[in-house]
Design a protein around this ligand. Structure first.
Ligand code: G6P
Ligand code: ZN
Length: 559
């Protein structure tokens, strides 16, 4: 029999979950009781249902995941959790956690990841709680967790509980008078089974392997040394018959090989170069925990995430899951370009605009009003789970291409010809000093909400923009009526063009400023986004005084 020990502890400041859980430098988590405090607070926030519950635990394989898995096992065992489902060696992609929570109807799950942030001892770690719907905990739960961390006095642990997380199977422990079960599961199996239900694997296999009508479709998938490696190998190579060389960086590494595991043109530049120089029809990259995706076509033709969502919405019937169930509403986050809005209008679907953060889609999905959604931050997904899902997005794209026979570029061009194009770009200014950024946001809010701003005009190049609306975006959830305030400054012009400015909620130090530009063209659809958007970018930099406040002449990342 194992004993529960109650340990006295003191609160740490700043254990406030951001857009996606608590994200800090590894060294912060290594402080005495820092991690224990947060885990106990998660369990305490669920105190009415924790005894006898089942939780899912897994992460993206980064530095500290294994150690924290062991801590979670010991603390859950002490708090009366009946069972944990843990991915072998602590590995589970974020969408897989969501899938498993839903499939086995567990109380929730704990996801160990800092997503697309770099890993390793000098970089980031994170802990996120997901609820029984499989999605990130809503604000009221994360606020409750935070509040508990500010006055925690004790946590409970079973110090002598030793569990082999490398061995698949059931391990049963007796903790005082209770049974506590840890089931170590194959991280990939449930997810693969689900993808086979959602998609037509034989059809995608024919695309990849070629047929009498078509040569084999060549692709290159970059797992960026994150968690998706085992998923991608099983799905694309074993199930869909792609050649071994179709996958790169497919072994999860604790430090992602020193790379920044974020699938965009800057951090996945290797993939872009390989596809540009090689003979590939399709390229995809996923982030550290497998929820983000980037899609490119032959010659590295880039699909912006906002366009990707619009295209998948337009062709949703190519995915058996949607063909069977139909498509309910569509949604995007506020800064995401409005391409999908046009698809929704055309198909008579309800359209939602939510704040940045996947958690805002969950209620709409649970209420049966939302099927497909996405964000400019390389997130695309559907109501099959309650997280965005990188591998799903790649499979959805292959389903569209297998049906139409078009190339990636051909698909986009056909889409723009039908709907016009929302040019989009995002400028990131990473790791700026926090104070001037906060001042900039305050000054800008004051400026754009002052009387006379609406109706004023700005000129740059040969364009003039007249302000139609300007505010700090707030959102009322149509289902539970909860309100999220101050979700980003937006300036909307008469022609529908938009400037959005917000501070990142996912960084672990300093401030990251994000500037988003969205501008619609009905007929001139083949231009270069940076060139087309130049005048509006200048207007944005001028109104915000961004260069002056941040001291940065140029952004760190452009997407
Ligand atoms: C995470 C969330 C996304 C969100 C993104 C925003 O990836 O899962 O839903 O769009 O963070 O990050 P930011 O750094 O802009 O707050
Ligand atoms: Zn992620």
């Amino acid at each position: 029999m194992l004993n529960v020990v109650t340990v006295n502890t003191n609160p740490y400041e700043g254990q406030k979950p951001g857009t996606s859980g608590l994200r800090k430098k590894v060294k912060v988590f290594l402080q005495e009781n820092y991690t224990e405090n947060f885990i106990q607070s998660i369990l305490d926030a669920n105190k009415d249902s924790i005894v006898g519950s089942t939780l899912v635990v897994g992460g993206d394989g980064r530095y500290l995941v294994k150690e924290v898995v062991h801590k979670i096992i010991k603390i859950c065992g002490a708090n009366g959790v009946a069972k944990l489902l843990i991915g072998q060696n602590g590995i589970l992609s974020t969408p897989a956690v969501s899938c498993i929570i839903r499939k086995y109807k567990t109380l929730g799950g704990i996801v160990l990841t800092a997503s697309h942030n770099p890993g390793g001892i000098n970089n980031d770690f994170g802990i996120k709680f997901n609820c029984s719907n499989g999605g990130p905990a809503p604000d009221n739960t994360t606020n409750e967790i935070y509040s508990l961390t500010t006055h925690i006095k004790q946590y409970k642990i079973v110090p002598d509980l030793v569990c082999a997380v490398d061995q698949i199977g059931m391990q049963t422990f007796t903790v005082e008078d209770r049974q506590f079960v840890v089931e170590v599961i194959d991280p990939v199996q449930d997810y693969v089974d689900y993808m086979k239900e959602i998609f037509d694997f034989p059809k995608i296999k024919t695309l990849i392997q070629g047929s009498e009508q078509r040569p084999p479709f060549k692709m290159l998938i970059d797992c960026m040394s994150g968690v998706t490696g085992p998923y991608v190998k099983r799905i694309f190579i074993s199930e869909l018959g792609a050649p071994e060389g179709s996958v790169r960086r497919a072994t999860p590494l604790e430090d992602f090989g020193g790379a920044h595991p974020d699938p965009n043109l800057t951090y996945a530049a290797d993939l872009v170069t390989a596809v540009k120089n090689g003979d590939y029809d399709f390229g995809a990259a996923f982030d550290g925990d497998g929820d983000r995706n980037m899609i490119i076509g032959r010659d590295a033709f880039f699909v912006s995430p906002s366009d990707s969502l619009a295209v998948l919405a337009e062709h949703a019937q190519c995915v058996p899951y949607f063909a069977r169930r139909g498509v309910r509403g569509l949604a995007r986050s506020m800064p995401t370009a409005a391409a999908v809005d046009r698809v929704a209008a055309k198909h008579g679907k309800e359209m939602f605009e939510v704040p940045t953060g996947w958690k805002y889609f969950g209620n709409l999905m649970d209420a049966g009003r939302l099927s497909l959604c996405g964000e400019e931050s390389f997130g695309t997904g559907s109501d099959h789970v309650r997280e965005k899902d990188g591998v799903w997005a790649a499979l959805a794209w292959l389903s569209v291409l297998a049906t139409s026979g078009l190339s990636v570029q051909g698909t986009l061009e056909a889409h723009w010809a039908k709907y016009g194009r929302n040019y989009f770009t995002r400028y990131d200014y990473e790791e700026c000093a926090s104070d001037p950024c906060n001042e900039m946001m305050q000054a800008l809010e004051k400026k754009i909400t002052a009387p006379g701003f609406v109706g004023s005009s700005f000129s740059s190049g040969n364009k003039t923009y007249v302000v139609k609306l300007a505010d700090n975006f707030s959102y009322m959830d149509p289902i539970d009526k909860s309100v999220a305030m101050k979700q980003g400054l937006r300036i909307i012009f008469e022609d529908g063009s938009r400037i959005v400015l917000r501070l990142s909620g996912t960084g672990s130090s300093g401030a990251t400023v994000r500037l988003y530009i969205d501008s619609y063209e009905a007929t001139e659809v083949r231009g270069d986004a940076q060139q087309m958007l130049r005048p509006l970018i200048e207007v944005a930099l001028d109104i915000s005084q961004l260069r002056q406040y941040t001291g940065r002449a140029a952004p760190t990342v452009i997407t």
